[in-house]
Design a protein around this ligand. Structure first.
Ligand code: AN0
Ligand code: CP
Length: 323
């Protein structure tokens, strides 16, 4: 595996899940695979889970890990080409990327959408520059339009808990006070459709996602109706995708908050969220603390999804060197 930014990079999902579950059963079986290899994790944005789980995953594989918070201690980076750099940015990404690549073997990048320029966000300019100029395998730790390590962990979690071959998975928009990217919902729907589940997306009008990601899912504007018979409820906020409101908050209605009344429409569904979550906005305390909440095992599976991806990258580096 040379890059990991989307579900297509993963190959067949049944194989990927089987490999992940093998990793989970014995996560220290590949301790010599990563020996003397270095992972560089680059954060343009905050993180708790991705930072810790990915570092742990690399350590399970015997790797060395370097973590860089670009906005804390590094030079401020210019990302646009052709600008006169007479402002506050001391270094260009086009030098910084190959320099960073020279100190490591694999790179993980977290870089959220600006939510200002839709074309730039949906071109995935930042992570694509890392892919192009670093000379290293690159994986997304949430980029502008996707969060595949999260979706892979979500898939593993559903596979561990489902009781039917084709569960009904409902992703519901829920309110949040700040404008959030579409990365998590984009990836989640894409992965769930690719897994062959029965997928419904529900949100207020105006919150339609890019069809490139939702193709194959049902869209239902009535949240109660969408939740009927659900086996898994995945709550998430996102800002508007459709023009002219790209990146804007159109609603903060707490009628969309997932509470016990909403969960009662489901078939005793499990509740999921990628975290971090705002209680009282996205979900009520009783639902997230309840016996059907999977948020903690879901977060724990981030170590497994990351380890599976990094393991595949190490294997292809070594295949290349041996072949
Ligand atoms: C981010 C988002 O919604 O993309 C990260 C989620 C993993 N969430 C926040 O910024 C609160
Ligand atoms: N779910 C997730 O990616 O969390 P962090 O933003 O804390 O990494």
């Amino acid at each position: 595996m040379k890059k990991f930014t989307t579900v297509a990079d993963m190959g067949p999902l049944d194989k990927a899940v089987a490999e992940a579950l093998e990793v989970k059963r014995n996560r220290f079986a590949w301790q010599s695979l990563g020996r003397n290899y270095t992972l560089l994790m680059i954060f343009f944005n905050s993180s708790l889970r991705t930072r810790l789980s990915t570092q742990k995953a690399a350590m399970n594989l015997g790797m060395n890990v370097i973590v860089l918070d670009v906005n804390q201690g590094a030079w401020k980076l210019e990302t646009e080409r052709g600008v006169i750099m007479d402002g506050d940015k001391a270094e260009h990404l086009l030098e910084a990327i190959p320099v960073m690549g020279s100190y490591c073997d694999i790179i993980g990048v977290r870089s959220f959408a600006s939510l200002k320029d839709k074309a730039e966000d949906y071109e995935e300019r930042v992570i694509n520059q890392f892919i192009k100029y670093s000379g290293r395998p690159v994986f997304s730790m949430e980029a502008a339009t996707g969060h595949p390590l999260q979706s892979f962990a979500d898939l593993i979690t559903i596979e561990e808990h489902k009781t039917k071959p084709v569960p009904k998975v409902v992703m519901t928009w829920a309110p949040h006070p700040r404008a959030l990217p579409q990365a998590v919902p984009n990836s989640f729907v894409q992965w769930m459709v690719a897994a062959g589940y029965d997928v419904t997306v529900t949100h207020p009008e105006g919150y339609e996602l890019d069809e490139a990601f939702t193709r194959g899912a049902k869209i239902e504007y009535d949240q109660d109706r969408a939740l009927a018979g659900a086996d898994f409820v995945y709550a998430k906020n996102w800002s508007a995708y459709a023009d002219p409101n790209y990146g804007k908050i159109l609603s903060t209605s707490r009628e969309w908050t997932v509470d016990a009344t909403k969960m009662a429409f489901t078939d005793n569904a499990y509740f999921m969220h990628c975290l971090p979550v705002r209680r009282g906005m996205i979900v009520t305390d009783d639902v997230i603390e309840g016996p059907r909440s999977l948020v903690i095992p879901e977060a724990a599976n981030r170590e497994i999804s990351a380890q599976t991806v990094i393991k595949r990258m190490l294997e292809s580096i070594q295949d290349g060197r041996n072949g």
